[in-house]
Design a protein around this ligand. Structure first.
Ligand SMILES: [Zn+2]
Ligand SMILES: [Zn+2]
Ligand SMILES: [Zn+2]
Length: 404
């Protein structure tokens, strides 16, 4: 570990940190964050360029300042609090959690016109595809989300780089103008002021051809309207439409792709998980493609501590061909109904743990065949109560599959 000497050898510091001396080094740092264990090293900017997202900008004019050495030491201490399998895991979700823990950092969204998504969490991150990761980690209780903004995206290419326009409701051109309406009392005509006015002449009603003489006695203004230059439509309100700056697709607000963007921080439960991962039974790193809900993890830990056998079933809803889109409100409602029925059905022999896109059943059971049969029956019965069938599939894991 690094000593107190401010004139410390650069070579030794470089083993414990990612140093950025020049702009080119930034790209190298980004690559290092995304491979191996580079995501657990502090990124120190010694270039004097004040680069964004680094852990510390360091002025090394008079040798290495104590604050930088301190920071490197703190990173090392936090790395050591993580179990080796967590530090070395190549799973994106665990890499992200370990990164946030060791860097003591939240994922903070900011507007980013360069990115088609319209926002970014910065480049110095262990993973590039964050949105599904963060959703799953949130659903499983590892991350707390706070709302940042809602983005409208292109219905075709999802880009948020859009021209937001006021449009004619009839022909959807943006070639519209604000006009003042005049009301002629005698014939009740209501039309834009320009329609009453021939160039250089007095106001004449286009409907009854009478001259308008006195404002207030024979005519009045009746507010503003929009008039379409292209098709002549006149109405009180324009509609909002979008043209994608990336692919030129034209669409309206109803068909825009709305993306709610959040900032994320580690939950208390995630901190507990990260701290205790070294001394409790390690949950096998590779068997689940997604993060386990903490409720399930606690059940598994408790069973391991007692030396009990158990089964875990994944309840998968990704059944194609049912016409239910992933993330749709209908699917969410069907799932909620299914879950509550199933929880009651299995109460005697198992416990349902809700997850993100997958739910789980934990069964402290010594005869797997019997447990499985009961579970399959309960799933079938619960599905029969739904109008829109989910036909969920089960994947079964034993203790040996899950615990290293
Ligand atoms: Zn587009
Ligand atoms: Zn029009
Ligand atoms: Zn008139």
């Amino acid at each position: 570990m690094i000593g107190n000497d401010p004139g410390e050898e650069l070579g030794e510091i470089a083993e414990h940190a990612i140093l950025i001396h020049t702009r080119d080094d930034f790209e190298i740092a980004v690559r290092r964050m995304r491979s191996g264990d580079g995501h657990l090293l502090p990124v120190l900017d010694v270039s004097g360029m004040n680069l964004p997202d680094v852990d510390q900008s360091v002025d090394v004019g008079n040798g290495w300042p104590e604050t930088a050495i301190d920071s490197i030491r703190q990173f090392a201490a936090r790395r050591l609090r993580l179990a080796p399998w967590l530090r070395e895991s190549s799973r994106p979700d665990l890499r992200l959690l370990a990164y946030m823990y060791v860097h003591d950092r939240e994922l903070t969204a900011r507007y980013d016109a360069v990115s088609p998504a319209g926002f970014s969490y910065g480049d110095l991150l262990p993973e590039t595809k964050l949105s599904q990761l963060t959703q799953r980690l949130c659903a499983a209780g590892y991350l707390h989300a706070t709302f940042f903004d809602c983005f409208n995206g292109c219905s075709a290419c999802h880009s948020t780089r859009l021209n937001v326009r006021e449009e004619c409701p009839a022909c959807r051109t943006s070639d519209i103008a604000d006009v003042r309406l005049l009301h002629h009392f005698r014939c009740a005509n209501l039309a834009p002021e320009e329609d009453y006015r021939a160039p250089g002449e007095k106001l004449t009603c286009p409907k009854c051809a009478r001259e308008l003489r006195h404002y207030g006695s024979d005519h009045e203004t009746a507010g503003n309207a929009v008039k379409c230059v292209s098709c002549g439509y006149i109405g009180s309100e324009p509609v909002v439409g979008f043209v994608c700056l990336d692919c030129s697709t034209h669409f309206d607000a109803a068909s825009s792709r709305k993306v709610r963007v959040f900032n994320y921080r580690l939950s208390e439960a995630a901190m507990d998980f990260l701290h205790s991962a070294s001394d409790a039974a390690a949950i096998s790193d590779s068997i689940f493609g997604i993060s386990l809900p903490l409720g399930l993890l606690q059940q598994i830990r408790a069973a391991c501590a007692r030396g009990d056998d158990f089964l875990v079933a994944e309840v998968l809803y990704e059944n194609e061909g049912l016409g239910l889109k992933r993330g749709s409100r209908q699917l969410a409602a069907s799932r909620a109904h299914f879950r509550s029925t199933l929880a009651a059905e299995i109460a005697e022999f198992g416990q349902l743990v809700a997850g993100g896109s997958i739910d789980y059943v934990f069964m402290p059971e010594h005869s797997p065949d019997r447990a499985l049969k009961r579970l399959r029956n309960a799933v079938a019965r619960s599905d029969r109560t739904l109008r829109q069938k989910l036909a969920p599939e089960l994947r079964i894991f034993s203790k040996a599959d899950l615990v290293a």
